[in-house]
Ligand binder design. Structure first.
Ligand code: ADP
Length: 315
């Protein structure tokens, strides 16, 4: 599949710089925001680059009108929704969906990584959020992505006896900020979580993030779709064929239960093995079904450890 390579205009670069400068200034006040807050003026991720997720894609696409033409809601006598909660296992494409919404809506994308933010700022995260929202709503169209919104529970930060109260205050402050976003403001909030049990119900109350979309693990057909997208992407990056003809009837069963991110990882590992072979002066061919089966097997053996480290269960 052809991957879109958009050429940012001078104006887009200038806006991107301006927003980064604003965040850098905020960083001077609060401490480094790198890895906690990211902003992308006009992202380029499209829905075509997301495999499977037919229902979730259709669901989130529908919100483009909130950003592009909120007046339509007025004409039908209602106010636009403020935001949506995406839930599902890690690495299933929640961030991609939020990005793709920003892309089709020609919106600026603000990503707030709430686990990293709350780890540093704890209950004071709300003050910072307020300042970021003030910058964000100054843009003409904005998607605000609250990643790992369950981190507002502060469970990862405070002892069990203290977390609930501090969290309640933080959540109340965040909810207040959400309520403060004006109707028809061309601002849409996308929150994501892999832990619905830790999301405060007040965040999904009517008028807040009251739309909920499931982002499930891919079934075999979706896995094949994701695989082919990643294959096409790497082949396009390399400017040549990298994979032999593949037998998906062999590859898909052992890949059962893997997320899009894991499929990407398996492909990366298979290619890395080729790089290492080539680096050692070996004669290496294209990636075969057999190569992939080996990588899947290897990945499965260490998957549990990778997940625990990556998704913080050890923290
Ligand atoms: P989440 O936000 O659900 O944790 P991400 O959207 O950050 O997951 O996905 C991580 C990476 O995994 C993406 O950058 C992408 O390369 C890959 N990925 C995950 N799901 C999909 C999908 N459905 N289609 C294509 N790529 C995917």
């Amino acid at each position: 599949m052809a991957q879109e390579k958009s050429q940012p205009t001078d104006q887009a670069w200038a806006t991107q710089r301006r927003l980064e400068d604003l965040l850098a200034k905020l960083g001077e006040k609060y401490g480094d925001l790198a890895g906690r807050v990211e902003v992308r003026h006009r992202p380029s991720t499209t829905f075509d680059q997301i495999g499977g997720l037919t229902a979730a894609k259709a669901g989130i696409r529908g919100f483009a009108t909130v950003l592009a033409n909120p007046e339509l809601y007025r004409r039908w006598g209602i106010t636009p929704p403020k935001g949506v909660l995406l839930y599902g296992p890690p690495g299933t494409g929640k961030s991609l969906l939020a990005l793709a919404l920003a892309t089709i809506s020609e919106a600026t994308f603000f990503q707030l990584k709430l686990r990293n933010l709350t780890s540093k700022f704890g209950p004071n995260t709300a003050d910072l959020l307020q300042e970021i929202l003030a910058i964000a709503v100054g843009e003409s169209r904005v998607v605000i992505f609250l990643d790992e919104v369950d981190a507002l529970s502060l469970e990862h930060l405070l002892p069990p006896a203290e977390a609930p109260e501090a969290s309640a205050r933080l959540v109340a402050a965040v909810a207040e900020k959400l309520d403060g976003i004006e109707d028809f403001a061309r601002v849409f909030v996308v929150a994501a979580t892999s832990r619905t049990d830790a999301v405060d119900p007040s965040l999904v109350a009517p008028g807040r993030l009251d739309r909920i979309i499931e982002v499930p693990l891919p079934d075999p057909q979706a896995q094949q779709e994701i695989f082919l997208l990643k294959k096409a992407q790497t082949e396009q990056n390399a400017g040549r064929r990298l994979f032999a003809d593949l037998d998906f009837r062999s590859i898909l069963p052992p890949m059962g239960g893997m997320s899009g991110a894991e499929i990407q990882e398996v492909i990366r590992r298979a290619l890395e093995t080729k790089v290492q072979g080539a680096g050692a002066g070996e004669e290496v061919g294209l990636v075969t079904t057999q190569d992939l089966l080996q990588e899947i097997d290897g990945y499965r053996r260490i998957k549990e450890v990778v997940e625990k480290i990556r998704y913080g269960q050890y923290l």
